[in-house]
Ligand binder design. Structure first.
Ligand code: MG
Length: 449
């Protein structure tokens, strides 16, 4: 293994790959790229976070950046602080939903979101060159600490949602924060909303009681607890609290794709405008936007792409189907806290159990597969797929997405391995599998030729 670098930052295994030396150099690379200025630095609860944070900060300080240390904060919290403190950039120490042996370093621009790919490449080129613009003794950066992130984040959410309306619902909720960064601010938000909250895994220790990715197989404890206490809704966050998934009042994991759809529903009630999401996100979003007569803008995968499209199209809401709700009034990154606010307000205003709101939306099944594919075969595979699905609508801004009346397919090459991801969605699993099977057959036929 080695350090994995992508547009969303770097990650690696602590103790072998992501060493303090590497972290100092990544901090120095980012500091060199920024050329000084104020930089906020925070991170999730992983036990290796303090080590990485201080190493990154040393690199930044050496390049003349003024570091504001935020301590343990969520990714959306850190992004919010870039804006609140008018910083030139930010760094979040997190490996998001990856297993406990990992940690990572995520860079944020002065907008609070990830640098665009061309700029990320420049930062990695500086890292590779090891040519850093270190300052002399008198011009190293200054260091301060700021512990106001959580309060500011809660305030920002409360300014946007109708707090009285949410309070009127007298909701009983369960939260599984995976002992991550959401453990600190989220319970306080529930207090403000006067929810009767049952807290699971809400100690900010970074010791994960189950696998950290918020998917069904990892959230059986949450599902059982929702039933046990008779809650209206269950929420789960990933360790850096940007993603949010929900469980209905029957303890049923309803799938991560519903988080964005329900938040979009709530926001469009009062603020009409296009909704941006990526090409791999469910048609559930389209089902909601059609009710309000607004278009969906589909972007390449990657949070920064969605954020950029939201900015360009003045979207009131957007995000990703993996439980990532982006409300740019807080900050243009995925944000579980604003997701919680919008969904609780929706429950209050619609005055119906969550299962009923979910049942009012069309049901879709999504299939995700991987298949081996050499890069040089890609163009001919795309051509063959377009011939095979000739009735479809095609989007080639990131791999190939094919929209058909009965569903859609998204074929996307991996950046790191000779494989493609095949995602399909249709009204039931049989039909979705049919689409994926057809794509795989085309792939094998073309590759074998
Ligand atoms: Mg995350």
């Amino acid at each position: 293994m080695a350090i994995i670098a992508s547009v969303s930052g770097v990650r690696g295994i602590i103790g072998t790959d992501l060493t303090p030396q590497a972290a100092v150099q990544f901090g120095s690379s980012f500091g060199t790229w920024l050329g000084g200025g104020k930089v906020v630095v925070g991170g999730d609860t992983r036990p290796s976070g303090q080590m990485l944070r201080q190493a990154v900060e040393a690199g930044l300080l050496a390049c003349g950046c003024d570091v504001v240390d935020l301590g343990i904060v969520s990714t959306p919290g850190a992004a919010l602080m870039v804006k609140e403190l008018a910083a030139r950039g930010g760094v979040v120490i997190t490996a998001s939903h990856n297993p406990p042996e990992y940690n990572g370093i995520k860079f944020l621009t002065d907008q609070g979101w990830a640098p665009p790919p061309a700029e990320a490449d420049k930062i990695f080129a500086i890292y590779a060159s090891k040519v850093f613009r270190y300052k002399d003794s008198l011009h190293c950066g200054g260091f301060t600490e700021d512990d106001s992130t959580h309060q500011r984040h809660i305030d920002a959410v409360m300014r946007i949602v109708d707090v009285d309306r949410i309070r009127s619902g007298r909701f009983r909720v369960v939260l599984d924060a995976i002992n991550g960064a959401g453990s600190i601010a989220t319970p306080v938000l529930f207090e403000k909303f006067q929810c009767d909250a049952t807290l699971m895994n809400c100690e900010p220790t970074g010791l994960f009681p189950h696998e950290p990715e918020p998917i069904e197989k990892n959230l059986q404890g949450l599902c059982a607890k929702v039933k046990e206490v008779g809650a209206d809704i269950g929420f789960a966050q990933d360790p850096d609290a940007d993603r949010l998934v929900i469980v209905d009042e029957n303890g049923r994991f309803i799938g991560e794709e519903y988080t964005l759809a329900l938040a979009v529903w709530q926001v469009l009630k009062t603020r009409r405008g296009p909704v941006a999401t990526n090409l791999s996100t469910s048609r559930l979003v389209d089902a909601v936007t059609q009710k309000f007569g607004v278009p969906v803008v589909r972007t390449p995968v990657g949070e920064a792409n969605v954020a950029a499209a939201m900015f360009a199209h003045k979207c009131p809401i957007g995000g990703e189907g993996n439980g990532g709700v982006i409300d740019p009034r807080v900050v243009a990154v995925r944000n579980s806290l604003i997701g919680i606010g919008h969904i609780l307000q929706l429950l209050a205003e619609e005055d119906a159990p969550l299962s009923k709101l979910v049942a009012s939306l069309p049901a879709y099944a999504m299939i995700k597969r991987k298949a081996p594919l050499r890069r040089e075969c890609l163009a001919s595979v795309y051509n063959a797929l377009k011939q095979h699905f000739a009735a479809g609508q095609f989007n080639e801004s990131d791999g190939l997405r094919i929209d058909l009346p009965q569903g859609w397919l998204h074929i996307r090459p991996s950046n790191t391995e000779p494989i493609v991801r095949i995602i399909s969605e249709a009204t039931d699993a049989g039909a979705a599998n049919c689409l994926a099977d057809a794509a795989e057959e085309v792939l094998q036929r073309v590759c074998a030729a």
